[in-house]
Design a protein around this ligand. Structure first.
Ligand code: URP
Ligand code: ZN
Ligand code: ZN
Length: 458
């Protein structure tokens, strides 16, 4: 079995920080310690570098049918781009089609990802039609290692479920020890506001933002937390963006309920002023929309307060030509934004380098917490004996500039074009293999494995 010794790096996990060596045999970490007295087939000198666990992005949409088109990154291109940015595992969403079974949807997604993914991946199951037949399939999904069930409280007629379905799903998932996640926005309010704006001829990207005011997210987040509290199920809000919604989670803690919260990198760094750009505002049309500066402050604070456990991306890229479907009507712009590649470097530069979060907090929110919440810990999310050797070697002082001309995502613009970052990824290992080194991909199509997940252990 091939061995690899990573020497003299500053090895940082959620609960340790020390200059030491990491020994890998095959796919697994077999020793961690100072000056390990061993030989290895391959040695990497990580002196002066930071070594963190491979990133986990639990919110990506690869090759997803949505709003009359497909997101433009496949499981191959999306996971390759993720590896370049230090994300070694992603969790993608399988979408049940209304009127069809969970199994049919899973088979379709397996057909896209199996043998094509370059990085490791798992699936959430999005339940868009909860009925007696779907109910019977929940235990089968848990047995497949799909232990998280996504709900949409918006996108009526396509993905949204109502409160009766939410209640039934939570009761069933609770029986099987799973987790229910939610896109928590009030779909009926949003659809009404969209219709009102369109009727008034208000069609520019800014009206996407004005059709999803903070109250639509705060209301649904509170409702989701309340039903989860009643059913006593593990609950997780995806892509939370704003103060009003986080206050609902804070309120839930007052009755000793824990609702896990994910925000996404864009909500920490970008704000709604970008929608003033009538020509290019569609680049940032996503749901929920970008918010205000005061919401960014709330989210950074939420991370440090432990109310926000995960920073994901909601990576859902569309080519500019796809976005142009909505050039005359914001409601036709495919919702989504590309970020799978830059989540970790953006968060390191804007968060750690600028002193907003500690390095250990960075590890928690980019990797460890997702591994624990989604049942992959300690195989993923840490650097310890027995864990998969998913390792990211970061040069903390190197600088670089983001551009669509150099990124690996299959999308022809970058939402962060020209941003200069401090901290750059040198080398990425996935299950003991050098996957990316010096900007070059070293593993191929099909190297990525499906990761069966267990129960939340947070
Ligand atoms: O705009 C978004 N977020 N697109 C992807 C689907 C979703 O709501 O997560
Ligand atoms: Zn969503
Ligand atoms: Zn999403």
């Amino acid at each position: 079995m091939a061995s690899l010794l990573l020497k003299n790096g500053r090895v940082v996990t959620a609960d340790s920080d020390a200059v030491c060596d990491v020994l890998v045999e095959g796919e697994t970490i077999v020793a961690v310690g100072r000056n390990l007295p061993v030989q290895a087939d391959h040695i990497i000198d990580a002196t002066g570098k930071i070594v963190v666990p491979g990133g986990i992005d639990p919110h990506v949409h690869l090759d997803m049918p949505f709003m009359g088109t497909f997101s433009s990154d496949t499981h191959e291109t999306g996971t390759r781009a993720a590896l370049h940015g230090g994300t070694t595992t992603v969790i993608d969403f399988v979408l049940q089609k209304q009127g069809h079974s969970l199994r049919e949807a899973l088979t379709e997604w397996q057909g896209r990802a199996t043998g094509t993914a370059v990085g490791d991946y798992s699936f959430h199951m999005a339940v868009t039609d909860f009925n007696p037949a779907t109910k019977a399939e929940i235990k089968d999904m848990v047995a497949e290692g799909i232990t998280s069930f996504k709900t949409f409280m918006a996108y009526k007629g396509a993905l949204m479920i109502d409160d009766a379905q939410m209640l039934g799903l939570m009761q069933e998932v609770r029986q099987h020890g799973g987790l229910v996640t939610a896109h928590a926005t009030n779909g009926d309010m949003i659809d009404t506001l969209i219709a009102q704006h369109r009727a008034q001829g208000k069609l520019t990207p800014r009206y996407h933002y004005l059709s999803q005011p903070e109250v639509t997210e705060a209301e649904a987040s509170g409702r989701f937390a309340d039903i989860a509290n009643y059913t006593d199920v593990n609950a997780y809000i995806v892509h939370l963006t704003c103060e009003g919604a986080l206050n609902q989670v804070r309120r839930a803690t007052e009755r000793n309920q824990r609702v896990f919260v994910e925000t996404c990198i864009q909500y920490l760094l970008l704000d709604a002023s970008l929608y003033d750009n009538e020509e290019e505002g569609g680049k940032w049309v996503m749901s929920p929309p970008l918010r205000e500066k005061k919401d960014q402050a709330t989210l950074w604070a939420g991370i440090n307060q432990g109310l926000v456990q995960v920073v994901g991306t909601d990576h859902c890229p569309f080519m500019w030509a796809q976005k142009l479907a909505g050039k005359d009507d914001f409601s036709k712009i495919p919702n989504g934004h590309p970020a799978i590649e830059h989540r970790m470097e953006l968060l390191f530069s804007e968060g750690v380098s600028k002193g907003r979060i500690s390095l250990q907090k960075f590890v928690e929110v980019t990797s460890t917490n997702a591994a624990k919440i989604f049942g992959m810990f300690p195989r993923k999310g840490t650097i310890s004996i027995g864990a998969d050797a998913d390792l990211v070697i970061f040069d903390p002082t190197a600088t670089h500039t983001i551009s669509a001309a150099t990124h690996h995502m299959n999308v022809d613009y970058s939402a962060y074009e020209g941003w200069e970052l401090t901290g750059k990824i040198d080398t990425v290992l996935l299950r003991g293999q050098v996957a990316v080194d010096g900007g070059e991909t070293k593993v191929g199509r099909g190297y990525g494995q499906f990761i069966k997940r267990g129960k939340t252990a947070f």
